[in-house]
Ligand binder design. Structure first.
Ligand code: ARG
Ligand code: ZN
Length: 879
C-alpha cells in the first residue's frame, strides 16, 4: 500500500518531463509469489532539457534486482533506488535502460498493478498501477511503443495475452512457454495490460468499414463461455456504431476482452485488451436481469469507444481525465439511445445523474469536471468527471447542432491523433468549426456546483406578450465561494391548451435558437410577442443542461404538462416534479405529527400513465418508480430525518396502489410473459412495468401471495429478483419471504455473481434491524471482504441504498460501517475510499444523526496507517 505523503498535485504545476521513452520492452517470467519483470527502455532526453537533469522514475513498493545502462551494470553511486522512486543521477542523452524488478502478484490485494484473480494473472494500471510493475515515467503524456514477452508454465497459464497484435509464441524448457505481443500504437503506461491463465474462449470476427478483418475474443472462466454471447453481440454492434456515428474504425488485427472476478471498477480500456469485471460480461436469462443486460451493452461499448477517445487520443495529465471519460460516456449514452429507446434512456441517465452527481456537487466532495488539484487521483473517477462530463459534451452538441458537432469531432481526431491532449484542445476544435466563442461555456469544466435557474412567467393578453423571467445562480462549493455566470443552454417549449406548440412573433431579452434559450447573464427577461393565450412552459426539455430549476408553476400547468408535453423527457419530469412536491409536503406533515394525504388527482394521474397504451411500457415503468428516498432527501436539502421520508414515500405508494387497484391488477395480468424470453428493450420494458405494478399490488390484500406466485413462476432473473425484492422489502419476515430467500440461496449458492444480488436485496431491506442482518451476512460462505463485487453488493448497498438502516437513529449503522471500511482498507484502499463516500451528505442530516455520522467519520480518520485514498476522502468530507 502506497504511503500517504500528503502531497497535493496541482494543474498549474504541469511540466513535460525532461525525458521520453519511445520504446518499451517488457519480459515477464510469471510466478505467483516471485514474478520477474525485465524492462528494457529506450530513453531520450528531450530537446531543451538541461544536460545535468537526472532521470527520476516512479515506483510503488518495488524491489530493484538489476540495473544497467547500455549494457553496463550501474555502480551504487550512479543511482538511487527506493521502493517508490528510482533516480539515475547522470544519464546520457539517449540510452537503453535495463531494469529488473520482482513482484508478488498473489499477495497483491489492492488489485492495482499485476495481481491474481481466481488463479488468472491480470493487470490494472490506470491510473498509477504500472509503477507497481516496474520503474517508469508513469504519467499519461509519456507515449511509448510496447513489445511484451510473457513466459509462464504451460499448465498454469496456457493463455498469454497483452496489448496489440500477437507476434510469436512457442515452447520453452521444463514445461514453460512464451508469447510475444507488439502494439504499434504509442501509448501511455496506464493502458498496458497482461493476462495469463487458463480461460475459456469465445471467438468471432468483425469486418471493418475498409474491409479489414478483426479477430474478436472474449475470455472467461472455463465453463462460462455460454454466458458471453450478449457481450460479443454488444461488441460487434459497438464497432459498427462507431463507424457509422463517428467514422471511427478499429485499428489492430485483434480485439480481446477478458472477464475477471476481482476488479476494482467496471472495466478497463487497455489497448486491444480490455479487462472487465465479470459482472459486466457474463449474462443469460437465468442469471442476469434486464438491467444487467443493459449495463453490459453500455460498458462493452464504453471501453470499446475508448479506443479512439482515450487511447488514440489520450490525456496530457490526470486533470484532463474528463477529456476521455466524459466524452466516452457521452458516446456510450448515444450508442444505447440508438440501440434502445432514446426517451427512456435519457430519463434513466438523468435519474442516475441526479442520484449520484447532484449530491456530490452539493456536498463536501464537490469538484469541477476538470479538477485543479488532487491528492489521490483514484478518488476522481467520479460521477462529476464521468456523468457531468458527458452532459457538458451533450451541451456542446446542443449549442452547435449535430452537424457542426460532428465536424468538430472529426477535427479533434484529425488534429490530435497520437497525442496527449487537454480540455483546451477539445474546446478549440469546436470553436474552430463553428466560429463561436466558448470561453464562457468552458466554465462548465472549471467551476463546480449545480447551477440553479429561477423562472417565473407572466402573460399580458392586451399587449399579447408572454414573458419569462429567468435568474441564474451557482451555489458555493468547497474552496470556490464566488462563482462566475455560466452559459446555460435551456431547451424549452410554449405549450398550448391542446398540447400543440404555441407560435410567437419575435423574442427579445436573450438569444433563442432552435428551441433553446441561451442564458448567459444573471437575469434575463425573455419576451415573446404575438402570444394570444397564456401557454404552459416546458423547461429544460431533454434535460438540455445539468441544472436545478425553481419554477413558479401552477399545479394545473404541471398536471397538464405531465399529460401532454410533446417532449417525452419533460413530460416525465412534470409528473416526477408533482410526485416530489407531494412527497415533500407529506414529509412535513409527518414531522408535524399529521397523517399525510395525497390528492386523488395525483394518484389518478399515476393510473392514467400506467394504462396509457400510447406510451412505451418502459417509460410508464419509469414514471411509476417514485423518487427514491435519497432523491427526496436531496431535494429537501437539510435537517433530514430518513425515517420520515420513508414513511411519506410508503404512504404515497399505498395511496397510488389503492386508487388504482383494479386497473393495476388487470394490466399486471395482461403483461404476463407470452412467447420466448428475449432481453431486447421492448420485452424488458414490459417486464419493468409488470414488476413495478407488482410492487404496488403487493401492498394490497393478497399481495404477499401474489409476490410469492410471481417469484415461483418467474422464468428469468429479472422477474425472480424483482419478486424476491418485493417479498423481502415489503413482507420482511413473512414465511413467503423466508422461503423465497432460502430457495434463491439454494439455487444460486454456487454462483458468486447471483449471490451478489441476494446480498444486495437483503442489505436494502428497510428498517433498523438490517444492520444486524448485514453484519451476520459478512460471515456467509459466499461473502468475501477481498472481493470488490461482494463488498459493494453487501456493504455498498447497505450504506448507499438503505436510508432507514444505515442512518439508524442510534448510530449503529454508522459504527458498523466505519469498522467495515477500515477492514476493507487493509486490503484494498481504493474500494474502501469509494465506500466511504456514502457519508458525504452527512451535514444535511438532522442534528442527532449528524453528530453520530461525524463520530464515524472521525473513527475512520483516526484509523492506523491510513492510505492516501481513504484519508483524502474522510478529510475532505469532514472539512
Ligand atoms: N478507464 C476506466 C473506465 O473505463 C476506469 C478505470 C479506473 N480505474 C481506477 N483504478 N481508478 O472508465
Ligand atoms: Zn471510461
Amino acid at each position: 500500500m502506497r504511503t500517504d505523503t500528503g502531497q497535493v498535485f496541482k494543474l498549474e504545476d504541469y511540466r513535460p518531463n525532461d525525458f521520453s521513452i519511445p520504446q518499451t520492452g517488457l519480459t515477464f517470467r510469471l510466478s505467483p509469489d516471485a514474478t520477474r519483470v525485465t524492462a528494457v527502455l529506450t530513453i531520450e532526453r528531450r530537446d531543451g532539457a538541461a544536460a545535468s537533469a537526472p532521470l527520476v522514475l516512479d515506483g510503488d513498493g518495488l524491489v530493484l534486482k538489476r540495473i544497467a545502462v547500455d549494457g553496463r551494470e550501474l555502480a551504487p553511486a550512479e543511482y538511487l533506488a527506493t521502493p517508490d522512486q528510482l533516480t539515475i543521477l547522470k544519464p546520457p542523452a539517449r540510452f537503453e535502460l535495463l531494469l529488473e524488478t520482482e513482484i508478488a502478484p498473489a499477495s497483491n490485494e489492492a488489485l492495482m498493478g499485476l495481481y491474481r484473480s481466481s488463479n488468472v494473472y491480470c493487470t490494472q494500471c490506470e491510473a498509477e498501477g504500472f509503477r507497481r510493475i516496474t520503474y517508469f515515467l508513469d504519467r499519461p503524456d509519456i507515449l511509448s511503443v510496447y513489445t511484451v514477452r510473457i513466459e509462464a508454465q504451460l499448465d498454469e497459464a496456457p493463455l498469454l495475452l497483452s496489448n496489440g497484435n500477437p507476434v510469436e509464441s512457442g515452447a520453452l524448457a521444463e514445461g514453460w512457454h512464451y508469447a510475444v505481443w507488439h502494439d504499434p500504437f504509442p501509448k501511455p503506461s496506464y493502458l498496458f495490460a497482461l493476462v495469463a491463465g487458463n480461460l475459456g474462449q469465445v471467438a468471432d470476427s468483425f469486418v471493418t468499414m475498409s474491409g479489414r478483418e478483426v479477430e474478436l475474443g472474449i475470455y472467461v472462466e472455463p465453463g462460462k463461455e455460454g454466458l458471453a454471447g450478449h457481450a460479443m453481440d454488444a461488441l460487434k454492434r459497438s464497432m459498427q456504431w462507431d463507424e457509422q456515428a463517428f467514422g471511427r474504425e478499429y485499428d489492430l488485427d485483434v480485439f480481446n476482452i477478458v472477464a475477471v472476478s476481482d476488479f476494482n471498477m467496471g472495466a478497463m480500456e487497455n489497448k486491444g485488451l480490455n479487462i472487465f469485471n465479470d459482472k459486466y460480461v457474463l449474462a443469460d436469462r437465468e442469471t442476469a436481469t434486464d438491467a444487467d443486460f443493459a449495463n453490459i451493452e453500455a460498458i462493452i461499448a464504453h471501453e470499446y469507444f475508448h479506443n479512439w477517445t482515450g487511447n488514440r487520443i489520450t490525456c496530457r495529465d490526470w486533470f484532463q481525465l474528463c477529456l476521455k471519460e466524459g466524452l466516452t460516456v457521452f458516446r456510450d449514452h448515444e450508442f444505447s439511445a440508438d440501440q434502445r429507446s432514446r426517451a427512456v434512456k435519457r430519463i434513466a441517465e438523468v435519474r442516475t445523474l441526479r442520484a449520484h452527481q447532484f449530491p456530490e456537487d452539493q456536498g463536501p466532495l464537490a469538484h469541477p469536471v476538470r479538477p485543479r488539484r488532487y491528492r489521490e487521483i483514484n478518488n476522481f473517477y467520479t460521477a462529476t468527471v464521468y456523468e457531468k462530463g458527458s452532459e457538458v459534451v451533450r451541451m456542446i452538441r446542443t449549442i452547435l447542432g449535430s452537424q457542426t458537432f460532428r465536424a468538430g469531432m472529426d477535427l479533434y481526431f484529425e488534429r490530435h491523433d497520437g497525442e496527449a491532449a487537454t480540455i483546451e484542445d477539445f474546446l478549440k476544435v469546436f470553436e474552430d468549426v463553428s466560429g463561436r466563442d466558448l470561453s464562457q461555456f468552458a466554465l462548465w469544466y472549471h467551476q463546480a456546483g449545480t447551477p440553479n435557474l429561477t423562472v417565473s412567467s407572466t402573460h399580458n393578453p392586451v399587449t399579447r406578450e408572454f414573458t419569462l423571467e429567468i435568474e441564474q445562480s451557482v451555489p458555493p462549493t468547497p474552496s470556490e465561494s464566488r462563482k462566475r455566470l455560466m452559459h446555460i443552454p435551456l431547451a424549452f417549449g410554449l405549450v398550448g391548451a391542446g398540447g400543440e406548440p404555441v407560435a410567437y412573433g419575435g423574442v427579445e431579452g436573450a438569444t433563442v435558437e432552435d428551441g433553446v434559450i441561451h442564458i448567459r447573464k444573471r437575469r434575463h427577461l425573455v419576451r415573446f410577442s404575438g402570444v394570444d393565450e397564456r401557454p404552459a412552459v416546458s423547461l429544460n426539455r431533454g434535460f438540455s443542461a445539468p441544472i436545478t430549476l425553481s419554477v413558479e408553476q401552477k399545479a394545473d400547468d404541471q398536471f397538464f404538462l405531465a399529460g401532454h408535453d410533446s417532449d417525452a423527457f419533460a413530460r416525465w419530469q412534470a409528473f416526477n416534479t408533482l410526485l416530489t412536491d407531494a412527497l415533500i409536503a407529506a414529509f412535513r406533515q409527518i414531522l408535524g405529527g399529521a397523517k399525510p394525504v395525497f390528492s386523488a388527482r395525483l394518484t389518478g394521474l399515476a393510473g392514467k400513465i400506467a394504462g396509457d397504451e400510447t406510451l412505451e411500457p418502459a417509460y410508464r415503468a419509469l414514471a411509476l418508480a417514485l423518487p427514491g428516498e435519497a432523491d427526496i432527501a436531496r431535494d429537501i436539502g437539510r435537517n433530514i430525518d430518513p425515517d420520515a421520508i420513508f414513511t411519506a414515500r410508503e404512504a404515497l405508494v399505498l395511496a397510488i396502489a389503492r386508487a388504482n387497484q383494479d386497473a393495476f391488477t388487470k394490466l399486471y395480468g395482461r403483461l404476463a410473459e407470452d412467447g420466448p424470453f428475449s432481453p431486447d428493450a421492448a420485452s424488458a420494458g414490459r417486464r419493468a412495468l409488470r414488476n413495478i405494478l407488482l410492487d404496488y399490488l403487493s401492498l394490497l390484500p393478497g399481495g404477499v401471495e401474489l409476490a410469492a406466485r410471481h417469484f415461483e413462476t418467474a422464468t428469468n432473473m429479472t422477474d425472480r429478483a424483482a419478486a424476491l425484492t418485493v417479498l423481502a422489502h415489503r413482507h420482511d419476515g413473512s414465511p413467503e419471504a423466508i422461503k423465497a430467500l432460502a430457495g434463491f440461496e439454494a439455487r444460486y449458492g454456487a454462483d458468486p455473481l447471483v449471490m451478489g444480488k441476494w446480498f444486495q436485496i437483503q442489505a436494502s431491506v428497510p428498517g433498523p434491524k438490517t444492520v444486524e442482518t448485514v453484519r451476520a451476512l459478512t460471515g456467509h460462505a459466499a461473502f468475501s471482504m477481498a472481493n470488490p463485487n461482494r463488498v459493494r453488493s453487501l456493504i455498498g448497498t447497505f450504506s448507499s441504498a438503505n436510508q432507514t438502516s444505515f442512518h439508524r437513529a442510534d448510530g449503529e449503522g454508522y459504527r458498523f460501517f466505519a469498522q467495515t471500511v477500515l477492514e476493507v482498507e487493509k486490503r484494498n484502499p481504493q474500494v474502501a475510499a469509494r465506500l466511504a463516500t456514502a457519508l458525504r451528505s452527512w451535514r444535511s442530516l438532522e442534528p442527532g444523526r449528524q453528530a453520530k455520522a461525524r463520530e464515524a467519520l472521525l473513527a475512520i480518520a483516526n484509523g492506523e496507517n491510513l492510505s492516501a485514498d481513504l484519508r483524502d476522502i474522510v478529510e475532505r468530507t469532514l472539512a
